[in-house]
Ligand binder design. Structure first.
Ligand SMILES: O=C(O)CCC(=O)C(=O)O
Length: 232
């Protein structure tokens, strides 16, 4: 019997709510981006914060990354109505920022806006022991209830505390730095704890289809259309 063809990226994204694309950025690029990320955090981030938003507003390096053709080419088949960059953030875990990112879906942070997806790129090899991304495949097809969360740092404001998935449903995405995870803003995700005593930097960029600005968008001055709606 002929083996069936592997599902396309778009089919997998639709089925699972996420896709992993390995080896998009080189180790040298990750090293450079990590130096830039540290500089951005030192210059702009709130003391003690593990999340810093609006990275590309002040960093041409990250702005170029958000529109990098290698990333846009991954997004094109997943976003048939065009690709618009909205915002990005650094999420940084370390020997003294060990907390697991709580289970959540991102659309709770941007209720009543058009659908979005995010691209998560670790700048350090990301493994279970240093806080890699965890996802629940297929969870983007269900509705979830979020509750307010009071992390002392204020880094994450919401969590799902009544999830119905089983431990065996969770995928712990162990990936090399420079690999890419694209995930829907309806996908349940979080991270493992960082117990390794070493850094885990990630840059997360969020995109949606081009369209008239919604009030939410006005907070993000680096937003830009990368693939117009009419382009193939
Ligand atoms: O990098 C992480 O720990 C997870 C980040 C995350 O879940 C998010 O920003 O939505």
């Amino acid at each position: 019997m002929k083996p069936s063809a592997p599902a396309s990226l778009a089919a997998r994204y639709d089925r699972d709510g996420f896709v992993i694309v390995p080896d998009v950025l080189s180790a040298v690029e990750c090293d450079r981006l990590k130096v830039e990320a540290r500089a951005v955090l030192d210059a702009k981030a709130q003391a003690g914060a593990s999340v810093h938003v609006h990275v590309s507003v002040g960093s041409p390096v990250f702005r170029a990354l958000a529109g990098d053709p290698r990333i846009v080419d991954i997004l094109k088949p997943l976003m048939p109505h065009g690709v618009m960059f909205l915002s990005d953030k650094i999420v940084y875990k370390s020997a003294d920022k060990t907390f697991a990112t709580p289970w959540h879906i991102d659309c709770f942070y941007w209720r009543n806006t058009r659908p979005k997806l995010s691209v998560w790129i670790p700048l350090d090899d990301a493994l279970a022991e240093n806080g890699t991304l965890t996802v629940v495949p297929g969870s983007h097809k269900q509705d979830w209830r979020m509750v307010k969360l009071g992390l002392p740092s204020g880094d994450f404001q919401y969590e799902i505390n009544d999830g119905t998935w089983r431990e065996g449903d969770v995928v712990t995405c162990a990936i090399k730095r420079g690999s890419v995870i694209v995930f829907s803003d309806r996908l349940v995700h979080g991270s493992t704890r960082n117990t390794a005593g070493r850094d885990r930097y990630a840059i997360i960029s969020t995109y949606h289809s081009p369209g008239a600005d919604e009030p939410f968008d006005l907070d993000f001055p680096a937003r830009q259309v990368l693939v117009p709606a009419t382009a193939g």
